[in-house]
Design a protein around this ligand. Structure first.
Ligand code: RUQ
Ligand code: CUA
Length: 651
């Protein structure tokens, strides 16, 4: 978590003091009501009422948890290779990790957002961002697989992403680091006035979710940290918090905290959409990957795109305004009514709330306080709705319930503070363990939050669990927020570093969850649709094995005529049509991972035999009582041998 690098020593000292005060042994744990255990206990065979999708941060992946139990159900690979399933190792999924920099099998995944219709969660897809090599991914909430990844050109540190508009018209990606656009060789100290901050709008096709980068707005060279869509009355607008409006290029921990106020940038995307539709904007050469996974061919393809439409904000008057916001704001959150925009000045004790109505009136009345690079700055007093005098320190992120309350995390003082939206009165506060970053209420970033549970995701674990060496998994706490006061229910470890999370009721996802792929719909190029079609074909040094699997047999299970120097492709089709019966495949000396093949699916594993011998392969997933019998052999002869290609079809 980077936001706290500024005067690290001072703040760290401070946070230690706070952590000291929050010693759980002395306070909160001892006071836990005995009924708390019952509230999170899910009896064997029973199910959780919510799914929570936690970002993995530097794991590059997304994890799925149940609430209230805190049980982890799955890790969904998105930006990182994942040997557990072979994602990023199988030939079909490698193209998903292609970029303009080549194969990039890792990223820093921060902010999941679930698709919406009319501002309410609809459970079709979840969008996530890759921070490091800017990418946006779309994950299916039916297969829980990554279906699409689009690279974002002209961007760097893709952090104010991946948030969606209230009918999933766009998924939005904003750059944290401004960069030269187009990229070029230039002195770093000429940053100011020359670097640009790209805000990218990627459309989402309503029927199949396909992504297309429609336009990029080239904003002044600030750092665009977080963003949220307008909703209900403010639908059509998007809000981005900024810091480093000083445009410093060195010693940012000091130099980027000079201005008392930075901005929340308000962007009227509907106006820009119209401008672009009418031929506005500039076509610019670009080079970025668009990777799509097809569920019928079970195969990903990567296409390089060569052009992007850029928009200069000064060309669209009335579409861009800057709202002064104190102390290097981090979180930028919009309440369920769409009326309030919350800026969390991370160096502050207070939370600043802007009013959408006041903003519109100030625009109307031209209540400006100068401009920045041609973008009008609105007068602070004219847009500010109120200040929450929190008494906490270091506000980061805010979520909302359905009763008009907001919940803000405070990193430095390690707590969640509940306050009223409208009176700005603090209603409750509870410690977290420790140094909380994001928090999540299912639907808390939509028009319709589900106000039962709140999950706080913490950066520092320290004494919460048994030590596991110098590194501990981060801790999360779940609170019951159905009453007036928050009630701490449970602690659970998370995986990687969860930044944001998204959650929804289980009944939204359960009915659409896919159980098998139908074999008769498998359109994979190398499918083996029945075991009698299993075969081995040689094409020069390339050998293609068409293999089928069913409990508990590989067809073929003996192959001869393979030579050192060959490249052997095992195309494995799983003939099971039962839920939850994958077969695995691995072979000795492979420089890749195993693959797991789901029922009805075809996946390809590559092997380049380097040593003469008879080498076994086997199923890696315990699939039946005779799983241990699910094995075979490949005979590998010297490169110059002339052993005939042959294989066994069995009975
Ligand atoms: S976000 S807490 Cu604040 Cu990307 Cu990490
Ligand atoms: Cu198939 Cu074990």
């Amino acid at each position: 978590m980077k936001k706290v690098k500024y005067s690290m020593l001072g703040l760290l000292g401070l946070s230690m003091i706070f952590i000291g005060c929050n010693d759980p042994g002395k306070s909160s744990n001892g006071a836990l009501a005995s009924s708390a255990a019952e509230k999170v206990y899910i009896a064997p065979g029973q199910r959780d009422s919510y799914y929570a999708f936690l970002s993995g941060g530097y794991s590059g992946n997304l994890t799925v948890y149940g609430l209230p139990s805190g049980r982890m159900f799955k890790e969904i690979p998105v930006f990182s290779q994942f040997p557990t399933s072979g994602y990023g190792y199988s030939e079909e999924t490698k193209p998903m990790l292609n970029t303009s920099f080549g194969f990039v099998p890792w990223d820093d995944l921060h902010h999941p957002d679930i698709s919406q219709t009319n501002g309410e969660l609809d459970g079709r897809w979840i969008f996530v961002n890759g921070n490091n090599t800017p990418r946006i991914a779309r994950v299916s909430l039916s297969t829980f697989e990554t279906e699409e990844i689009i690279e974002i050109p002209n961007s760097a540190g893709n952090h104010s992403s991946s948030f969606i508009t209230e009918n999933t018209e766009y998924v939005v990606a904003g750059t944290r680091f401004s960069v030269p656009v187009p990229q070029r060789d230039m002195p770093i100290n000429e940053y100011k006035g020359n670097f640009k901050g790209a805000l990218s709008f990627i459309s989402v096709a309503p029927d199949n979710g396909r992504l297309n980068l429609e336009f990029q707005i080239l904003m002044p060279g600030f750092n665009y940290d977080l963003s949220r869509p307008g909703r209900a009355k403010s639908h059509g607008w998007f809000f981005f918090s900024t810091y480093n409006t000083e445009e410093a290029n060195s010693l940012l921990e000091v130099m980027a905290s000079q201005n008392d106020k930075d901005f929340i940038a308000a962007v009227n995307w509907m106006k820009i959409e119209e401008y672009v539709k009418n031929g506005g904007g500039t076509k610019m050469p670009a080079n970025y990957a668009h990777n799509v996974y097809d569920e019928e061919t079970h195969t990903g393809t990567s296409t390089m795109k060569k052009e992007v439409i850029t928009v200069d904000p000064t060309d669209v008057p009335g579409a861009f305004y800057l709202l002064p916001t104190p102390k290097s704001p981090h979180g930028c959150d919009v309440d369920p009514s769409g009326q309030y925009i919350i800026g969390s000045g991370k160096l502050s004790a207070d939370i600043t709330v802007h009013s959408f109505d006041k903003m519109m009136a100030a625009i109307e009345g031209k209540k400006f306080d100068g401009e920045a690079y041609g973008i009008p700055i609105l007068k602070f007093e004219e847009v500010m709705a109120g200040t929450v005098k929190s008494g906490g320190l270091g506000p980061l992120h805010t979520e909302f319930d359905d009763k008009g309350n907001a919940y803000t995390t405070f990193f430095i003082s390690s707590e969640v503070v509940k306050w009223n939206v409208g009176t700005w009165e603090v209603l409750d506060r509870k410690p977290t363990y420790y140094s909380v970053g994001h928090l999540m209420i299912p639907g808390g970033n939509s028009r319709k939050p589900f106000s039962k549970y709140l999950v706080a995701m913490n950066k520092i674990t320290k004494d919460r669990y048994l030590p596991t060496g110098p590194e501990m998994e981060h801790s999360a706490q779940i609170y019951d927020i159905s009453g007036d006061k928050m009630e701490l229910l449970y602690d659970f470890p998370t995986h990687g570093e969860p930044h944001y999370a998204a959650g929804c009721p289980a009944e939204l996802l359960e009915p659409r969850s896919k159980k098998i792929y139908r074999l008769d719909e498998n359109k994979h190029k190398y499918v083996t649709s029945s075991p009698d079609q299993a075969r081995v074909e040689r094409n020069g040094n390339e050998v293609h094995v068409y293999m089928s699997t069913i409990r508990s047999h590989f067809t073929p299970d003996n192959i001869e005529g393979i030579k050192v120097g060959d490249k052997v492709y095992f195309h494995i089709t799983n003939h099971e049509q039962d839920f939850d019966v994958p077969h695995g495949f691995s072979i000795i000396g492979q420089n890749t991972s195993e693959i797991l093949v789901m029922p009805g699916q075809t996946k390809t594993s590559v092997w380049e035999p380097k040593q003469v011998g008879v080498w076994p392969f086997y199923c890696t997933d315990f699939c039946s009582a005779l799983h241990q019998e699910m094995q075979g052999y490949v005979r590998v002869s010297p490169a110059n041998a002339n052993v005939e290609l042959s294989w066994s079809l069995g009975e």
